[in-house]
Design a protein around this ligand. Structure first.
Ligand code: AMP
Length: 402
């Protein structure tokens, strides 16, 4: 079965085409600047050359049509006909309390995603555009939604409720939902397989640290707490997001600087984090380069990032009364030797002992970076959210267990 995985953003659309007989990627690509005058389509057939095309793509409908054209293109394509694609899997950012697992797209699922636009005003409309555009271009094709919040629906009330008047939960469902669930779930399963231990016997802390970042406490295989909140702003310091801060700062700054709700939202989501403290970049590579060159702002940004990350690891070890495994994943987790070393150096009280030579190895396989004496296994596991979406889509559509 061929499965197309689609990740729709408000002005972008990423795709990967899988052949599920061997889970191989046949082609992948990205449409950027949808709705703007010079949109860019980048298409990469596996083993072939990357093709980049600039044209006017005003909406997702046209974006998907162009992607399908590329997939069946005589020279650049990998399919004879679009009908070879039997199912499409979509990433959905916010599933509220309704989506506890991946689901086949039907009338009710679409209604629910629409209802949740209030909670994810930037992301869920994009997912709907992707679903509608798929329907328009591939009538009758089976569609599945894989929801980023679903894995965290197992959190107990004490972890997901905020200590604010209960009426706000009852009326508006103000609570912690978390994010990156697909990734946290995937790397925790791979960790258990790697260690050859049943996941039901493990206390795992997964650190998904990329441009956005979140930590999850996974006890006996289920998410019991996670650092992102009702929105992805809470928790760790991130590339451009502030992470945790005293909520009273918001009205104080709005008042002092005469800011609107949108302006303060933009400040906290787009102009804070590593970017604000370093003053130069939201990219960890530039921060570590600046730190190595002696830039004091980059050094501070790095130290704050590492300190806050380490505090969350401590908090989740406390939440689970211990930790057996710490997993690093996503752009920074998979690649930054320096961040991993700095974090682990200060976790000796938990029994963490890093093997510096293992930590310095670069490859794309799941690997151990802790020493054989370490009481806690520390692993680096590359995440693969697209593969999870393809697998869930395949499983739901074919009725088989992936
Ligand atoms: P992601 O959002 O998962 O794509 O991750 C993006 C983040 O990963 C950015 O902050 C990058 O600087 C960081 N990153 C990617 N490669 C490296 C690397 N080799 N060393 C340090 N950070 C990296």
């Amino acid at each position: 079965m061929k499965v197309l995985v689609i990740n729709s953003g408000s002005s972008s659309l990423k795709y990967q085409l899988y052949d599920m007989t061997n889970e191989s990627v046949l082609a992948k690509g990205l449409v950027e600047r949808i709705g703007m005058d010079s949109s860019i389509l980048t298409h990469k057939p596996t083993g072939g050359e990357t093709i980049t095309e600039v044209s006017e793509i005003l909406e997702h409908n046209t974006a998907i049509r162009k992607v399908l054209d590329k997939l069946v293109h005589k020279e650049q394509g990998v399919l004879k006909s679009v009908t070879e694609i039997e199912a499409v899997g979509h990433r959905v950012v916010h599933g509220g309390e309704y989506f506890k697992e991946s689901m086949i797209v039907d009338r009710v699922a679409k209604e629910k995603i629409r209802e949740l636009i209030d909670l994810a005003p930037l992301h869920n409309p994009a997912a709907m555009m992707g679903i509608n555009a798929t329907e328009a271009n591939m009538p009758g094709v089976a569609q599945v939604v894989v929801v980023d919040t679903a894995f965290h629906q197992t959190m107990p009330e004490k972890a997901y409720l905020y200590a604010i008047p209960r009426v706000l939960y009852n009326k508006y469902k103000v609570r912690r939902y978390g994010a990156h669930g697909t990734s946290h779930q995937y790397v925790s399963r791979i960790a258990a397989e790697f260690l050859k231990k049943p996941i039901k016997d493990l206390k795992i802390i997964t650190c998904h640290i990329g441009n956005g970042g979140s930590l999850t406490a996974i006890l006996n295989g289920i998410s019991v707490d996670t650092s992102m909140g009702m929105t992805p702003l809470e928790g760790l310091m991130m590339g451009t997001r502030s992470g945790d801060l005293d909520p009273a700062i918001v009205p104080y700054v709005m008042n002092k600087e005469d800011l609107t709700v949108n302006e303060v939202n933009s400040m906290l989501n787009k102009h804070s984090g590593l970017l604000a403290i370093s003053g130069i970049s939201s990219d960890m590579r530039e921060i570590t380069d600046g730190r190595a060159a002696g830039d004091p702002n980059c050094t501070l940004a790095f130290d704050m990032y590492e300190y806050r990350l380490r505090k969350y690891i401590g908090a989740y070890a406390a939440a689970m009364n211990g930790v057996d495994v710490i997993v690093f994943t996503a752009g920074i987790g998979e690649n930054s030797i320096i961040v991993r070393e700095a974090v682990c150096e200060n976790l000796t009280y938990l029994g963490v002992e890093l093997d510096k030579s293992l930590n310095a190895i670069r490859n794309d396989d799941p690997r151990r970076i802790s020493s054989s004496n370490s009481k806690v296994e520390v692993l680096v596991i590359p995440t693969n959210e697209e593969l999870v979406i393809a697998r869930d889509t395949y499983r739901l559509i074919s009725g088989t267990q992936a």
